[in-house]
Ligand binder design. Structure first.
Ligand code: B1N
Length: 831
């Protein structure tokens, strides 16, 4: 029992109920106070990093106050809470975002000037919180932002990795990975909560015992204390503040003093390291399942602490278990947190003395599951022996869940053994495997895909048998979205000013469909010129960034053609660079006069490869080798430049996205579940060149087919083309053959090195249909050139695109989830 002083009705209570002052003088004083007393600085030794810290801590004070108020508000009205469980939160920087959300950016700009610094420079002092790989992690961050902005009671739950997404260096054209030591600096945005901790167990065995209602206990397990760290999420246009609760182990009491005294230092710290290492690193795989034992432990540690915390908070309401699902919704961001289903069931039957059926009813009413990919290599499966060793009780529970599920199926639809083995949660391979997606479907009341085409595909393919079992209504679509706070208002001040002027105020920032008003100005000469100028200024900003990071000078008057995303065969960066070689060949054949007549292009790549993904890494090297040749070719000059920007991350994206004329989203049809950068680029007035895949389809519906460059085979044709490539290949496209000849000539370096790329882009090795789509890709690129020469038409399309993206804000996605899956209502703190 902890001793508590009774401070209710005291001066203390009065103090915390006050608004934190918002005027410049008070802010400046609080900055001075943090500099002097939090950071031990004085006027003669305050550097940019210190100024950033001092200022950030005053923002932190203001956020914390709002976080407390938000929490008390939702507790006082017994609001249902969304628990968004995600192994990844790709947050990026918080400083600028928070100032904008608090509506204090002007004040802070003045304060930093008083300290002798430019606010923009201080913004660059912050390191990204890169606790995610790509789209899936960034989506989670956008969703927490939107839950807060839309006044929903929603928290993110995740892991506090010591090393986030690795830093990518490019050395001799190759990707080299370095650890992301993002915790080296003080982190103003996190609050350690040592008072919030839970025991998480691994290993041990199951014993039969009459003392629990289930008749089982989990014994002889290794136990760790897992502790919470809270990261408040600033929200624009409301006093509500969101929260991301991240877990890591407490390790101090695992130190073995006796071994230390005996001189056995590794032994003395062995248990500490074993606990600490659980949250050392984010696995750097996007759309790939490495299947490592440590990853399974991470998943369970995350899930167990989160479910215990959810139960703890539920119990504080004093409500009966039967109302659990009315107060709690749990969203699984892909299968990574799926063990939560078994964990909640375990706690209810083993520790809360509930019957299996009553517990299962609660579980299935609370959980919902989002699928983000159909790539087979990404679908999580865990070997039964591995799970049995680490989580013996959960494995037993999963077998029981499966047993009852299969019995139910047998009863409701007369089925053959074959059918049962196809839908079984346990795959009968050797060793047996637990199919996590199937467990997630069986344990959830809703399953959703992330764009219409993707939701249709999962129902027709990987989950089709489950549609037969559960009916079609369990499977829904929620098209992804992105937060306009970060991806328009923060990253593109020039465009934001134009929208604000058009709308009349800043209300569009959290009501993005209002941006459609831009369309009314499409024929206004002055507006069109300013629209163009904003884009040119953003391109100049990116050109400077490219100069700083790559040492390459590019002309910002050229067409900026951008493909930035994780490097993956299905995303087809390879097709892009093969197209660049074709362009290079074509230019080389021209006279200097003809060349100067061509649209000048800067082709920009960025993105990380998983560290063990050989072909993806080779693609990076290949892009850099081609870039070297093209950029140093005197004949070519400014007509074509190729750039690979290293270390793509959220803060780099904030510079890159507003600067595109065209961006490429060219995955093989049916492979990209949604994509979210496509939305960001178009919101910022960029056009897109894309395949009929993911959210491209819905973007085209919204902005109009004429506004978008689409090409390539359709999803339903892919299998047939694959089959033909294998057994009845067409002769190779002449342009592609010429590109291969150039590679084989050795101009880009040793052709043997790049031969695997030739082999996987045509014939039976061409799994992603590069050779099939190549001709139509080049035609689409020609159409891009033609339109860019007609500047007025280009500007019109750009404005129409920018104005018609209202659907793709994550506020809309979150409202869809709230209404169709979570069944919750918003409530504002100050309402
Ligand atoms: O999720 C994004 C989508 O917009 C993208 O299309 C999709 O590729 C991405 C295992 C994944 N799907 N699967 C992953 C990430 C990490 C991991 O360990 C799979 N990421 C996506 C948001 O819906």
């Amino acid at each position: 029992q902890t001793k508590r002083s009774d401070v209710s009705n005291s001066e203390y209570a009065k103090f915390v109920s006050q608004e934190v002052p918002r005027d410049e003088v008070s802010i400046l004083n609080s900055v001075f106070s943090h500099l002097a007393y939090t950071f031990h600085k004085n006027p003669s030794n305050t550097e940019a990093m210190d100024a950033y810290n001092g200022i950030a801590f005053t923002i932190r004070d203001r956020l914390l106050k709002r976080l407390e108020d938000t929490d008390s508000h939702f507790i006082s009205i017994n609001a249902k809470r969304i628990n968004y469980m995600s192994m990844e939160f790709l947050i990026g920087r918080t400083f600028d975002n928070a100032m904008l959300a608090l509506g204090l950016r002007k004040e802070y700009s003045a304060v930093s000037n008083t300290l002798g610094f430019n606010l923009e420079d201080l913004i660059d002092e912050e390191r990204d919180a890169a606790l995610g790989n790509g789209g899936l992690g960034r989506l989670a961050a956008c969703f927490v932002d939107s839950m807060a902005c839309c006044n929903y009671n929603g928290w993110g739950y995740g892991l506090r990795y010591r090393y986030g997404m690795f830093q990518q260096q490019i050395i001799n054209g190759y990707q080299v990975e370095a650890p992301d030591c993002w915790m080296d600096n003080p982190n103003p945005w996190e609050f350690p909560r040592p008072e919030i901790s839970y025991k998480v167990k691994f290993y041990g065995n199951i014993a039969k015992t009459p003392s629990t209602s289930s008749g089982y206990t989990w014994e002889n397990a290794v136990e760790y204390d897992v502790m919470a760290f809270d990261t408040p999420v600033p929200a624009f246009g409301t006093k509500n503040v969101g929260n991301i609760r991240l877990w890591s182990c407490k390790t101090n009491d695992l130190f073995d003093l006796n071994r230390f005294n005996a001189g056995d230092y590794p032994g003395a710290t062995g248990n500490m390291v074993a606990a600490d290492i659980l949250t050392y690193v984010l696995y750097p795989n996007d759309n790939q399942n490495a299947g490592k034992e440590l990853r399974l432990k991470q998943e369970y540690m995350f899930v167990s602490a989160t479910i215990q915390d959810i139960i703890h908070r539920f119990k504080l309401t004093g409500k009966p278990w039967s109302e659990f699902h009315e107060l709690v919704a749990i969203q699984l961001n892909d299968t990574h947190p799926t063990l939560g289903i078994a964990e909640l069931q375990r706690i209810l039957v083993d520790e809360e003395a509930m019957s299996w059926d009553a517990a299962w009813d609660i579980v299935t009413k609370s959980f919902a599951f989002t699928n983000h990919t159909i790539l087979p290599e990404a679908l999580e499966k865990w070997p039964v022996p591995m799970m049995g060793k680490i989580l013996p009780r959960h494995l037993g529970i999963i077998f029981d869940i499966n047993l009852f599920f299969l019995q139910h199926v047998e009863k409701s639809i007369p089925s053959e053994r074959e059918f049962l083995s196809r839908i079984s949660i346990i795959e009968e391979s050797s060793p047996q495997q637990v199919r996590m997606a199937y467990l997630a479907i069986v344990g959830s009341h809703r399953v959703n895909g992330v764009a219409q085409i993707h939701s249709d595909i999962i129902k027709a393919t990987i989950f089709s048998e489950f549609v037969k079992v559960f009916g079609s209504d369990k499977f829904v679509n929620v098209t992804n979205g992105v937060t306009t706070r970060r991806w328009v208002n923060q990253c593109n001040p020039g465009l934001s000013a134009l929208i604000t002027e058009t709308v009349g105020d800043e209300s569009w920032v959290d009501d993005y469909p209002k941006a459609h008003l831009l369309e009314s100005r499409v024929n206004d000469e002055d507006f069109r010129k300013r629209w163009w100028d904003v884009k040119q200024a953003n391109k100049l900003r990116l050109a400077t960034y490219i100069k700083d990071t790559c040492g390459i000078t590019v002309n910002h008057d050229a067409l900026f053609d951008i493909q930035v995303k994780r490097i993956h065969e299905y995303k087809r960066q390879l097709m892009n660079i093969l197209g660049v070689i074709h362009r290079y060949n074509t230019l080389k054949k021209m006279t200097p006069e003809q060349r100067q007549d061509q649209v000048h292009r800067v082709i920009i790549f960025a993105g990380k490869s998983a560290s063990g993904y050989y072909i993806a890494k080779l693609i990076i090297k290949f892009i850099n080798s081609v870039a070297d040749v093209v950029n140093n070719d005197k004949d070519i000059g400014d007509v074509l430049k190729v750039v690979f920007i290293p270390d793509y991350c959220v803060s780099a994206a904030e510079v890159i996205v507003p600067a595109s004329d065209i961006s490429q989203h060219i995955s093989t049809a049916g492979t990209e579940a949604s994509g979210t950068s496509n939305m960001k680029f178009v919101m910022n007035g960029g056009l897109i060149l894309g395949t009929v895949d993911g959210a491209n389809v819905e973007i085209a519906e919204e902005v109009g087919d004429d506004q978008i460059f689409m090409f390539g085979v359709l999803a339903h044709e892919v299998d047939e083309f694959r089959f033909n490539l294998r057994y009845h290949p067409d002769p190779l496209d002449a342009n592609l053959q010429a590109v291969y000849d150039t590679i084989k000539s050795g101009v880009f370096g040793n052709p043997d090195e790049f031969n695997p790329l030739v082999e996987c882009s045509h014939g039976p090795g061409d799994n992603y249909l590069v050779s099939v789509d190549f001709a139509s890709y080049l035609m689409a690129q020609d159409a891009v050139d033609a339109l860019y020469k007609d500047r007025e038409s280009w500007i019109t399309k750009s404005i129409l695109c920018g104005s018609r993206m209202g659907k793709f804000t994550s506020d809309r996605s979150i409202t869809d989830y709230a209404e169709n899956i979570w069944n919750i209502e918003p409530s504002a703190v100050d309402a």
